[in-house]
Design a protein around this ligand. Structure first.
Ligand SMILES: [Zn+2]
Ligand SMILES: [Zn+2]
Length: 418
């Protein structure tokens, strides 16, 4: 366990066509505060079950450690797991004891206009009763409809009244964007290295969509940029630079695969691009170009289309296709680091590398400046970073390891025995 490392674990990496045999739909968790709590971005149907499916030898995520949830947009493949997730982590209400009138919320949900009405109404209409409380804060623009938080009522017809809260709902904030269209530092938390801010900004998709920026104000100054579905994220660029992000998570829903990589692939590059754009999505080179424009240090491709299942074995066709997708993004990114196509349960670890003179002097040869720093306490951390990138990045030349590899083998063995 590396003290103070940021850990981002992908719980679902499929586009809206999923879930599929190898991928659940969108959800990821960030371990950034350093006290064991987790922050979730999006919560697709089946997210609860992904916690049960994790390989405990590599991750040990607990759903009841999630204290904040950030929703990128209202599409079903990003929000349909919220209610079951709340049911799971907020526990059933006490039977014998009197029901508490109010408690601080155990989880805070942030998201675009509509998310409060959605969670509230489904909680009410499914007669969901919980022991712990919850709240929804909406990130609003001037043209959005506000959803008021009138006190809970046991009257039967209040179930259908949008403005009346659920029994264990706490009134949330209506957070208006500033004139530049951003929600800056709309939540602030204390982490190991000081204050941790979260910003949000709009990105282009078929319907209103947000990207989130989680950043340290001091210390290592790490920054995570996690975008929702998009065909053009340029509007959020001002939040993504100065400093550049340690990690960019960008969707790559579709991709053109040449025949020499997959002989079943018949679509032209133009047809693939047209389809992606018409649906508000990106191809790998668009993710790479965006990473280049903001100087991202790491790039993970997410929200992968159903045509591209996660690899099971190091040398199967699936692996070749995912490597091709990574190659296209890496070329557009123009980085020495390889872009990584996410798979379920993949974990990216970002060590607390403090700013060094080497980072300011980008022209200098990295190896040379590492020599100069030999003996400094930073060496251990730099080495740790290399190791984690190898572990979780897989081998750039040989393809990467799929988290369910062991399970996949087991299936095959069972079939053989039958
Ligand atoms: Zn989606
Ligand atoms: Zn979408």
């Amino acid at each position: 366990m590396m003290q103070g490392a940021f850990r981002v674990t992908f719980l679902g990496t499929s586009s809206g066509g999923g879930p599929s045999e190898s991928r659940n739909c969108s959800s990821l968790v960030c371990d950034v505060v350093g006290d064991g709590t987790l922050w979730m971005v999006d919560c697709a149907e089946g997210t609860n079950r992904q916690f049960a499916f994790q390989d405990r030898s590599s991750t040990n995520l607990r759903s009841n450690k999630v204290t904040k949830m950030f929703i990128t947009h209202m599409h079903a493949d990003h929000i349909m797991g919220i209610i079951p997730f709340l049911r799971n982590i907020l526990y059933p209400p006490p039977v014998a004891k009197p029901f508490p009138v109010s408690k601080p919320p155990a989880i805070e949900i942030y998201g675009p206009c509509g998310i409060r009405a959605f969670v509230r109404q489904v909680m009410k209409m499914t007669c969901t009763r919980t022991a712990d409380f919850w709240t929804v804060h909406e990130l609003l623009t001037p043209t959005d409809r506000k959803t008021p938080c009138l006190p809970h009522s046991d009257a039967a017809d209040s179930t259908y009244e949008l403005d009346v809260m659920h029994k264990t709902e706490v009134a949330g904030r209506d957070i208006m964007c500033s004139e530049d269209g951003f929600w800056k530092a709309f939540t602030v938390s204390q982490s190991l290295f000081g204050e941790l801010f979260v910003d949000a900004g709009p990105i282009s998709h078929r319907d209103p969509c947000l990207g989130y920026v989680i950043r340290e104000a001091a210390g290592p100054m790490r920054k995570l940029v996690i975008l929702g579905d998009t065909s053009d994220a340029s509007a959020i660029i001002p939040l993504c630079v100065n400093p550049p992000p340690s990690l960019l998570v960008h969707e790559a829903t579709d991709a053109h695969i040449p025949r020499h990589v997959d002989y079943n692939a018949t679509r032209t590059p133009e047809a693939v691009l047209d389809k992606a754009l018409s649906r508000g999505h990106s191809i790998p080179s668009m993710a790479g170009a965006f990473a280049k424009s903001i100087g991202a240090e790491r790039l993970v491709l997410n929200h992968i289309g159903g045509r591209f299942p996660a690899p099971k074995y190091a040398r199967d066709r699936r692996t070749a296709v995912m490597k091709e997708i990574e190659k296209q993004a890496t070329q557009a990114w123009g980085s020495k680091t390889r872009a990584i196509a996410a798979y379920d349960f993949m974990q990216v670890i970002i060590p607390p590398v403090l700013p060094t003179p080497r980072e300011a002097d980008t022209e200098s040869d990295n190896e040379e400046s590492n020599e100069e720093e030999r003996g400094s306490p930073m060496d251990a951390i730099q080495t740790a970073e290399t190791v984690t990138m190898q572990l979780h990045h897989a081998d750039p030349n040989e393809g990467f390891l799929y988290a369910s590899k062991k399970r996949g083998r087991g299936d095959r063995d069972r079939r053989r025995r039958r």
